[in-house]
Design a protein around this ligand. Structure first.
Ligand SMILES: Cc1cc2nc3c(=O)[nH]c(=O)nc-3n(C[C@H](O)[C@H](O)[C@H](O)COP(=O)(O)OP(=O)(O)OC[C@H]3O[C@@H](n4cnc5c(N)ncnc54)[C@H](O)[C@@H]3O)c2cc1C
Length: 498
C-alpha cells in the first residue's frame, strides 16, 4: 500500500445516501474528521452540456449496467453527487402501506408516523420540494391529462425539488444551472464548509474493520484535478459508511466478506429494480415535449390493483431510439416522427425476492442477477395496454409498444388493445426494459436471518461497518425513492453515536 490516511469517519459514495448522512452527522458532530471517497469525478457546471453523448460519461457503463440475462439495463451515475446529479427531482414520500410493512415485518419501528412526517417536512423544506405551477405543463403533460380524463383515470400533480428552474427540459442529463436540488447543490457545498474532505476518482475495492482499501485514479480530462496523488490508499477510520449505491454497496460487502468473517446469506439479495418501459405514442402534429419541465403529472390509479405507476416523461433521441421496439424501416419511420411523440414512463412494482441479487464473480466483478417475476410481467403488460388506450384517447395516430402483436398499433386497433398487447407477445430479450430505481441488497431489519444491516444501518457481524443508501430498503418503496433514502440516511446519522 503506497499511502495511508486516517479519519474518524469514512463515507464511501457522495450520492443521496452518503451526502445526506454526512450532512446530518456534521450538523451535530462538528469536530469529526470525515472523508468521503467518491469513485466518480468532480465535474464543473460547463460539463453538464445537455448533449446525450457527452452525458453518458456520467454513468456507470455509459448508462446501462446490464443484467446477466441481458433483459434489463440499470442506470446509475458515477460522478460527484451520485445519481442525484442526473435525477429528475421527482419527490415522493414513502407510501403508508410500505412503512406499515417495514415496521411490522422488518422491525423498522423507528418509522413512526410522527418521525416520518417531521423528518420529511424538514427534508422537503430543505430541498424546496413543491408542485410545479400548472402554467409549466408542456404539451406532453397536457395531452397526458387529456387522454387520462377521457378514460376516467385520475391524475395527480408531481412534486419536484427545484429552485430557480429555467425549464430547460433535459433534467436526466444533469442540470446546467443547478436548479435541481440534489446532493451537488444542497448537501455537498454545506459539508465542504464543515471541513469534510471529499476525494473524487477514489474507487473503493474492499473494506475490513476500521480499514478501507481504495485506488485513486487520474481525474478524467476536463474534470477537476485530484487533491491527492494517484495510487493505492489505505484509509483508516473508526466507522465506515458504505453508500456506494445498490449496484456497488453489495459488491464491496461481498468482496470484503471473507476478511470480515461475514457469512450472511442475504448480502446482495432481495434486489428490486422498479422496472420501467418508456413508451411513445405518435401524434398528428409536432409537440414541444423538450420545453418546460418534462414531468408534472402522474397516475397511481393502477398502483394497488395492478402494480404500476404511469408518469409523464421526456427522453432524448438516442434513448428514444433504444426504447422503440422495432427494427429497420419501421424503426426509422418511427424515429422520423420524434417531434410528434408523446411519452409515458411505466414503473412496475416488483417484489423483493431472495433470488434476485447483486453478486460477484471470481475476479470480484459485479453480476446483476435479476429475473422479472410473472407478477411483474403481468403488471407491465397491463400498463402497456392502459398506455396504448391513453395514447389513442389523447389523439395519437399510432404507437409502437413492447408485447404487441403488431407494430405499429393504429387508432382503429383501439377496441382490440387487450388482445393485441399480451404476455404471449412479450419477448424480454427484444424489449427495452430499464431501471433507475434499484433498491435492496443490504436490507435493514431487526432479524439477521433475513437482513444484512440492523435498524441503525450497522452490518450484522461487524463492529465498524454501516450501510447508508438505497441498498437498505427491505422491499421496493414502489415510488421514486430518493426521499425515502434521505429519511433512512437521516436516521442512521442521528443514531450513529447514541
Ligand atoms: C436518470 C435517473 C433519474 C432519476 N430520477 C429520480 C427522481 O426523479 N426521483 C427519485 O426519487 N429518484 C430518481 N432517481 C433515483 C435516485 O437518483 C437514486 O435512487 C438515488 O440517487 C440513490 O441514492 P444512493 O445513495 O443509493 O446512490 P447514488 O446516489 O447513486 O450514489 C452512490 C455513489 O457512490 C459512488 N460509488 C459507487 N461505487 C463506489 C466505489 N467502489 N468507491 C467509491 N464510490 C463509489 C457512485 O459513483 C455514486 O456517486 C433517478 C435515477 C437516475 C439514474
Amino acid at each position: 500500500m503506497n499511502h495511508t490516511l486516517e479519519f474518524d469517519i469514512v463515507v464511501i459514495g457522495s450520492g443521496v445516501g452518503g451526502a445526506t448522512f454526512t450532512d446530518y452527522l456534521t450538523r451535530k458532530h462538528k469536530n469529526l474528521k470525515i472523508a468521503i471517497l467518491e469513485s466518480g469525478p468532480n465535474r464543473t457546471k460547463e460539463q453538464f452540456t445537455q448533449s446525450e453523448i457527452d452525458m453518458t460519461a456520467f454513468y456507470f457503463n455509459n448508462g446501462a449496467v446490464l443484467s446477466k440475462n441481458l433483459q434489463i439495463g440499470v442506470a446509475a451515475a458515477k460522478t460527484l453527487g451520485g445519481s442525484s446529479s442526473v435525477y429528475t427531482g421527482v419527490s415522493f414520500r414513502p407510501p403508508k402501506s410500505i412503512l406499515d410493512d417495514w415496521r411490522e415485518n422488518h422491525g423498522l419501528n423507528f418509522l413512526s408516523d410522527g418521525y416520518v412526517s417531521s423528518s420529511l417536512d424538514e427534508i422537503e423544506t430543505d430541498l424546496s420540494i413543491h408542485e410545479l405551477p400548472k402554467s409549466w405543463d408542456n404539451e406532453n403533460n397536457l395531452i397526458f391529462q387529456k387522454g387520462a380524463a377521457e378514460l376516467g383515470i385520475p391524475v395527480k400533480r408531481l412534486k419536484i425539488n427545484s429552485k430557480n428552474c429555467k425549464q430547460q427540459g433535459f433534467c436526466n442529463l444533469g442540470c446546467p444551472t443547478g436548479a435541481k436540488q440534489g446532493a451537488l447543490e444542497v448537501q455537498i457545498p454545506r459539508i465542504l464548509k464543515r471541513h469534510v474532505k471529499i476525494f473524487c476518482n477514489t474507487e473503493v475495492q474492499a473494506v475490513a474493520e476500521n480499514k478501507v482499501n481504495a485506488i485513486v485514479k487520474e481525474a478524467p480530462q476536463n474534470t477537476i484535478a485530484n487533491t491527492i496523488e494517484n495510487g493505492e490508499y489505505l484509509f483508516k477510520a473508526k466507522k465506515i459508511i458504505i453508500a456506494a449505491g445498490v449496484l456497488n454497496t453489495p459488491v464491496i460487502l461481498l468482496r470484503s466478506a471473507k476478511k470480515l468473517g461475514l457469512k450472511n446469506k442475504n448480502i446482495g439479495r432481495y434486489l428490486t429494480l422498479h422496472p420501467v418501459f418508456n413508451v411513445n405514442g405518435i401524434l398528428k402534429k409536432s409537440i414541444s415535449n423538450y420545453s418546460g419541465f418534462p414531468k408534472t403529472v402522474y397516475s397511481d390509479y393502477f398502483s394497488e390493483t395492478d402494480g404500476f405507476l404511469l408518469e409523464t416523461s421526456f427522453y432524448y433521441p438516442g434513448i428514444t431510439a433504444k426504447n422503440n421496439p422495432s427494427y429497420g424501416i419501421l424503426h426509422q419511420d418511427a424515429m422520423s416522427d420524434y417531434d410528434k411523440m408523446m411519452s409515458i414512463l411505466i414503473l412496475a412494482h416488483d417484489k423483493a425476492e431472495f433470488k434476485n441479487r447483486i453478486t460477484i464473480n471470481k475476479k470480484g466483478e459485479r453480476i446483476l442477477d435479476y429475473t422479472l417475476s410473472e407478477q411483474s410481467k403481468k403488471s407491465l403488460v397491463k400498463a402497456l395496454q392502459e398506455s396504448a388506450k391513453l395514447f389513442f384517447a389523447a389523439g395519437c395516430v399510432k404507437t409502437l409498444l413492447p408485447a404487441s402483436k403488431k407494430l405499429p398499433l393504429i387508432k382503429t386497433d383501439v377496441d382490440k388493445i387487450d388482445e393485441l398487447i399480451s404476455e404471449k407477445y412479450l419477448n424480454l430479450n427484444k424489449t427495452p426494459l430499464s431501471s433507475a430505481h434499484p433498491q435492496g441488497g443490504a436490507r435493514m431489519g431487526s432479524d439477521s436471518e433475513n437482513s444484512v444491516c440492523n435498524i441503525y444501518g450497522k452490518v450484522y457481524g461487524t463492529k465498524s461497518i454501516y450501510v447508508c443508501d438505497a441498498s437498505l430498503f427491505p422491499t421496493s418503496v414502489k415510488v421514486n425513492p430518493y426521499e425515502t433514502i434521505m429519511l433512512l440516511a437521516k436516521w442512521v446519522a442521528e443514531n450513529m453515536f447514541n
